[in-house]
Design a protein around this ligand. Structure first.
Ligand SMILES: O=C(O)CCC(=O)C(=O)O
Length: 350
């Protein structure tokens, strides 16, 4: 994304100064915002030192660029104007280095083979080995901040999944993308998707329908649950941030190799005709699940708290299918508008 200085004495189009991390940034967006693609190789503190001005500390906020003083601005123009094509350095959130390094060095063929066998057999594999503890800690801290500031309470049932309940708080993809660095970066990490592809045995692709790409979900009240459902896309990678002890619920149940008929989901028929697998989960676990052909739910909690990040991925087949998104659109609506009001929990259908 090369850039040119248009007129001496003016900032180049689309650029302004930012206190943190002291680089000139494009479009006035901090490089901590994942929408930014590159920074110019001009640390602002050097320009300020050259210009003999004090650092601007008044609004040292990552989202609030400050205006430079005239001396700094002039200094900047002198330096940049003399460079026909300023060098553009791609920037990436630091979390990616840790993840990539781990994926390159620490994954054993045995771990992958075990996960692949489980995934093939029951559409579910624990894959906590794919991320180091530093990455998990970073994801946890962003998820906690996001759920605190942007969580929306949902309390509804969805007819397309047999009127099963959604009782939870969520942060949608839109807010995650706006306020998080780690989650969008990890979601799009090519090396991670490559590793997931070795487990699924097929390409794992970014979900083409953006609102479904990632979501944060918190269960915190007695009876909170993500009731039985299938997903529109093939795969989910779920990061368990917090989970109550088994006795209090919050474990995942799956009925693999089933088909979602949105007009008539027949959940009871699925339960009678197929085995239900239940999986205990602990904080720090990650699991990979086949979600388009795996009916699944989170068992209602009766106390404690469960916090997860769910990343949805598509298969090549998904990209060639006509997928309607009304279930997710209802669930992630601006305001929670149920297609049926919730009723008391009543057994395996919830
Ligand atoms: O919370 C979980 O473990 C599963 C989440 C899930 O099924 C979903 O978000 O579709």
């Amino acid at each position: 994304m090369p850039t040119r200085v248009s007129r001496y004495g003016h900032l180049p189009t689309g650029f302004r100064f930012c206190c943190r991390p002291n680089f000139l940034v494009r479009s006035g967006i901090s490089i901590y915002d994942n929408t930014i693609q590159a920074t110019l190789d001009i640390p602002v503190h050097l320009l300020r030192r050259k210009a003999g001005c004090k650092p601007h500390r008044s609004r040292a906020c990552r989202y609030s660029p400050v205006r430079p003083c005239d001396a700094t601005r002039a200094c900047f123009h002198r330096d940049v104007a003399n460079t026909a094509e300023p060098q553009v350095i791609p920037t990436e959130p630091p979390i990616l280095n840790g993840l990539r390094d781990h994926l390159a060095r620490n994954i054993s063929p045995t771990q992958l083979a075990r996960a692949r066998a489980a995934f093939e057999q029951i559409g579910f594999a624990k894959v906590g080995f794919l991320a180091p503890s530093s990455v998990k800690a970073n994801m946890r801290s962003e998820a906690e901040t996001l759920i605190t500031h942007h969580g929306i309470r949902r309390d509804l049932t969805l007819s397309a999944t047999g009127h099963t309940a959604r009782r939870m708080r969520n942060v949608r993809r839109r807010e995650i993308n706006k306020y998080s660095t780690a989650v969008p970066a990890v979601y799009s990490c090519t090396e991670l998707r490559g590793m997931l592809g070795q487990i699924t045995g097929e390409a794992v692709l970014e979900c083409p329908y953006q609102p479904e790409q990632y979501v944060i979900t918190e269960l915190s009240a007695d009876g909170d649950t993500h009731g039985w459902h299938w997903d529109d896309y093939s795969f989910a990678l779920v990061w368990i941030i917090e989970c109550p002890p088994l006795a209090d619920g919050g474990f995942v149940q799956c009925v693999p190799h089933t088909t979602w008929n949105k007009a008539d989901p027949q959940l009871h028929r699925q339960f009678i005709d197929n085995p239900i697998y239940s999986h205990e989960l602990l904080p720090g676990d990650l699991y990979l699940m086949r979600t388009d052909t795996g009916l699944h739910r989170v068992y209602p909690i009766r106390s404690g708290r469960r916090l997860i990040i769910n990343m949805a991925y598509a298969s090549q087949t998904d990209l060639n299918k006509q997928i309607s998104h009304e279930t997710m659109d209802t669930l992630w609506a601006e305001r929670c508008s149920p297609d049926r009001a919730t009723r008391p929990l009543s057994g395996p259908g919830d």
